[in-house]
Design a protein around this ligand. Structure first.
Ligand SMILES: [Zn+2]
Length: 242
């Protein structure tokens, strides 16, 4: 198979080429009892799904430099992160959405928090869910804009199946913005729409108003990202076969 989710170049997406099975046509022609019959080749179906993923990635606001990151190829494992948890999250999408399971990624910069979060976003889009990426700063700015000017549209932010909120500050003061954020997050929780929060510190070191902390702690799993000393790529394949 020429195209696959794993090997696809999402940034520089190629035109359809087809496989050896259909000889690049995308259809396999058969003769059934004298009647010519064209069957769509699997390679064309996959290519169309990948093309849709590229289109949706453009709409997702996810930074392009992360689009080609793949967890089995690019992830640098470390002793504490439980990759198994991430794969469980990916493999049990129905359950994730049914229960609105949130993730709290934390760790120093350059530990692949955003890369992994956008990989999950991309995988969910490929699996026909809607997903959106936004920085905390822009999210708050957007919520304030809707509140005061009423000309913003929060529909996608509110209704997308998965929302990745990057650069959540370690300290959120209690003010009108934190109230707006609380209302927004409660709405998503009530509709079982999961979020991935990206932060430098764990929830126990997170400083914010109590009501907001209670919301953040709802149905959440913390994943600690660290730099790896011993790189062993073989460990990854134990969890994930594609
Ligand atoms: Zn083919």
């Amino acid at each position: 198979m020429i195209y696959s989710f794993k090997d696809c170049n999402f940034i520089d997406f190629k035109e359809f080429e087809g496989c050896s099975l259909c000889k690049g046509k995308g259809y396999i022609y058969e003769d059934i009892q004298g009647v010519p019959y064209a069957k769509k080749c699997k390679c064309l179906t996959i290519w169309q799904e990948l093309k849709r993923t590229v289109r949706e990635l453009h709409n997702s606001n996810a930074p392009k430099e992360f689009w080609n990151y793949h967890i089995t190829k690019d992830y640098r494992p470390n002793p504490k992160i439980t990759l198994k948890d991430i794969y469980t999250y990916l493999d049990k999408k129905e359950l994730v959405f049914k229960e609105g399971m949130n993730l709290w990624f934390y760790g120093d910069s350059q530990t692949q928090k955003t890369s992994v979060a956008i990989f999950i976003l991309k995988y969910f889009i490929y699996s026909r869910y809607t997903a959106y990426y936004i920085s905390y700063e822009n999210l708050v700015r957007h919520l304030e804009k809707i509140r005061f000017n009423k000309d913003g549209d929060s529909t996608l932010l509110s209704t997308c199946d998965l929302l990745v909120i990057d650069n959540v500050p370690a300290n959120i003061p209690e003010n009108s913005s934190s109230n707006l954020l609380a209302g927004f997050l409660i709405n998503r929780i009530e509709h079982n729409k999961p979020n991935i929060y990206i932060n430098m510190g764990s929830l126990s070191t997170f400083l914010c108003p109590t009501f907001l902390l209670i919301i953040f702690k709802k149905r959440i799993k913390e994943i600690h990202f660290e730099f790896s000393v011993n790189y062993n790529s073989k460990k990854i394949s134990e969890f994930y076969n594609e």
